[in-house]
Design a binder for this molecule. Structure first.
Ligand SMILES: Cc1ncc(COP(=O)(O)O)c(C=O)c1O
Length: 375
């Protein structure tokens, strides 16, 4: 990978050592230009900017891009959403819960993957929170939490605070064996690690584009396995979800029988275009290559932190459990440490007593060295 030429695609590198993709990824130059171009066109041309089927083309290309990113069987398994939470809520609100059912989640999950399930308490659904052991969500603990009334297992691909990467294949196997559904919040891993929903059969996968996919904030998608569509009630209804949406005087059109029926109204073309551009950029380099590069960078950082004798939060005894996130406890006050880094142009997140560093494939070892010198 020619990192120096890749960096030209990332204007953010001119100002910062940007190591904060677990918070928000920067827009690549080509994405920003495409989005700005469409905004300009909309301003100049009004609806003519999207005439001649342009709006539908933008939509279908974005849908195809997401589908192929996760190797979905069909693009019709993809519904566009506002964010990760939106997708998870479509699942939580749509499944046919019975009083006494339970959802297995974990204590280390980001709240986006907790509130939609907690909201089911009023339907008599229990939420069981697995306790991580040494910052890992063990398959044994998840297995223990599952019983005859468990309907859904809801976990993240990568845990937002520790960077622990869950073993999706093992979770899918467990879910299948126990007859429970598997829902994945993929925002902290998608764009870095390959996902193949055909080989690793998750039922639902939700992700916003704002982090590792380096797309727009306030946009995302939900993957719904085709076989699950019949079980997922349509609690959001709107004119764009029906077959004959262009027949404005008809109110009895059937809803589409695929994931697009959850898209109730107009979608944001600028975001659709931006998301597709960013996905194309990543897949253009190859997600396997991106993963290799990110693991090398985070491996380099882990070695540096250990050489300095700092406490590392991130589980890292096996590469398969690592991700783009490395969290550690800095010397002295963590708030002060993150401010010192920011003053030096090194952008990270402070989370409680630790610092979370999250480089992407265009970052360099030199940037990691700069950080190590200050912590
Ligand atoms: C694991 C995880 N899920 C979801 C989100 C964000 O959710 P949303 O896309 O709904 O804003 C974050 C971070 O902001 C996260 O770390």
């Amino acid at each position: 990978m020619d990192v120096q030429s890749i960096r030209k695609e990332f204007p953010v590198t001119e100002r910062y050592a940007y190591l904060n993709h677990a918070s928000t990824g920067p827009l690549p130059r080509s994405t920003a230009e495409a989005m700005a171009g469409l905004i300009e066109k909309r301003s100049m041309l009004g609806n003519q900017a999207l005439a001649g089927g342009e709006d539908e083309r933008i939509k279908s290309e974005a849908r195809e891009a997401f589908a192929s990113l996760i190797n979905a069987r069909s693009a019709t398994e993809i519904a566009f959403t506002r964010n990760t939470s939106h997708g998870l809520n479509i699942v939580a609100a749509g499944l046919p819960w019975r009083e006494g059912d339970n959802v297995v989640c974990a204590e280390s999950e980001f709240p986006a993957n907790v509130y939609p399930w907690m909201n089911l308490k009023r339907k008599g659904v229990e939420v069981r929170m697995v306790k991580p052991v040494e910052n890992r969500i063990s398959i044994d603990s998840v297995t223990e939490a599952i019983d005859g009334r468990t309907r859904l297992l809801a976990l993240s691909f990568v845990e937002f605070a520790t960077g622990y990467r869950n073993n999706l294949a093992a979770l899918a196997e467990l879910a299948h064996e126990k007859g429970v559904l598997l829902s994945i919040d993929a925002i902290q891993g998608l764009g870095v690690f390959p996902v193949d929903v055909q080989n690793t059969p998750v039922d639902f996968l939700s992700a916003g584009t704002a982090k590792w996919l380096m797309g727009p904030i306030g946009f995302g998608f939900l993957y719904i396995r085709q076989e699950r569509l019949a079980e997922l009630d349509r609690v959001i209804s709107g004119w764009r979800g029906v077959v004959d949406w262009a027949d404005f005087f008809r109110y009895d059109s059937p809803f589409r029988d695929d994931a697009t029926r959850y898209e109730e109204g107009s979608l944001p073309p600028v975001f659709l275009l931006g998301a597709k551009k960013s996905v194309d950029l990543l897949t253009g380099y190859g997600i396997e290559n991106v993963a290799r590069r990110v693991l090398d960078l985070t491996g380099y950082l882990l070695e540096g932190l250990e050489a300095k004798g700092l406490e590392v939060i991130t589980p890292h005894s096996r590469e398969s459990e690592r991700s783009g996130i490395v969290s550690f406890v800095p010397k002295g006050d963590p708030v002060q440490a993150s401010e010192t880094l920011a003053e030096a142009g090194i952008i990270v997140s402070q989370r409680g007593r630790f610092i979370r560093v999250s480089p992407h494939f265009y970052n360099t070892e030199e940037e990691i060295d700069q950080l190590l010198a200050l912590v």
